[in-house]
Design a protein around this ligand. Structure first.
Ligand code: ATP
Length: 258
């Protein structure tokens, strides 16, 4: 079996002396659509920030293709980051820039492409997310679902090997949300990228996740790891089964199950 794309090794995360999660240990394989799950405040975003190298572990490490991120030099870390595409909950588009300028920004910053080549790549990436011809629109002129897709076009501008999402469908209606899910699956299969996402949305979790981890706020560690459909039916942890079997309609507002 090939080396895991991402390995979380004995990771403990803390803010000062307050431990959020400890002893996290799991792998994410190349091409997985991996979901970080758990109740409100359990540490999902904190884990994502560690994976992005924005926070340093209290203990443990995260390996990319077998290489430690936190033991790597700044130069090596930059090279690793260059292979990632990130979309944040808010979308994170620059409101004063057109979609073409937003998607073109990473190309301008990190590639030697000419303006004409960049324009071709921008058109291609916008078409991939269903926004062909929207180059000259500003974020405020398009819908929330379109803004999320534009942010995704920007995230894939540099052909990332890993795509990170923080609550990709937050604030979207169910139809836009399921369109975004379909798009994530399509992009994953056409690019072979590994996808890592934090989400509460059960429909998304069951529609697209190939693997997952469940972080428990009470015991402050992971209590489940695997395909969410299998965990829903067979986890030995009642709290995990309950989390995954709750009514889909309540998923947007669900708090941690007691
Ligand atoms: N910068 C910070 N400094 C101190 N504590 C923080 C900081 N950010 C988050 N926390 C705390 O860490 C815990 C985990 O937060 P985190 O945002 O990672 O959880 P989450 O699972 O993503 O939550 P949610 O599902 O509500 O978004 C929470 O108790 C939160 O209050």
């Amino acid at each position: 079996m090939s080396e895991p794309h991402i390995s979380v090794r004995n990771l403990t995360m803390a803010y000062g002396s307050r431990v959020i999660q400890s002893n996290l240990e799991f792998d994410i394989n190349r091409g997985d659509i991996f979901v970080i799950m758990g109740g409100s405040g359990c540490g999902k975003s904190t884990l994502l920030k560690h994976m992005l190298g924005l926070l340093s572990p209290a203990a443990g490490d995260i390996l990319y293709d077998g290489q430690s991120f936190f033991a790597a030099s700044e130069e090596q870390q930059d090279a690793m980051r260059r292979r990632w595409g990130i979309t944040y909950q808010s979308g994170g588009l620059f409101s004063a820039m057109t979609l073409a300028e937003n998607v073109g920004l990473p190309l301008q910053l990190y590639t030697p492409y000419s303006a004409a080549d960049r324009a071709d790549i921008i058109a291609y990436k916008l078409a991939l997310v269903g926004l062909a011809g929207y180059q000259n629109y500003y974020p405020s002129e398009i819908s929330g679902g379109m803004r999320k897709r534009a942010a995704l076009a920007r995230a894939i501008a540099l052909d990332p090997e890993i795509l990170f999402f923080d609550e990709p469908s937050a604030g979207l209606d169910p139809i836009s949300s399921s369109l975004l899910d379909e798009l994530i699956v399509q992009l994953q299969s056409s690019t072979g990228a590994t996808v890592v996402m934090v989400t509460h949305e059960l429909p998304s979790i069951f529609a697209i996740a190939t693997n997952s981890v469940y972080l428990d706020a009470t015991s402050k560690t992971m209590i489940a790891y695997g395909d969410p459909k299998i965990l829903r039916d067979h986890s030995d942890q009642p709290v995990v089964r309950q989390f995954l079997a709750r009514e889909a309609s309540s998923s947007a507002t669900a708090e941690e199950p007691s």
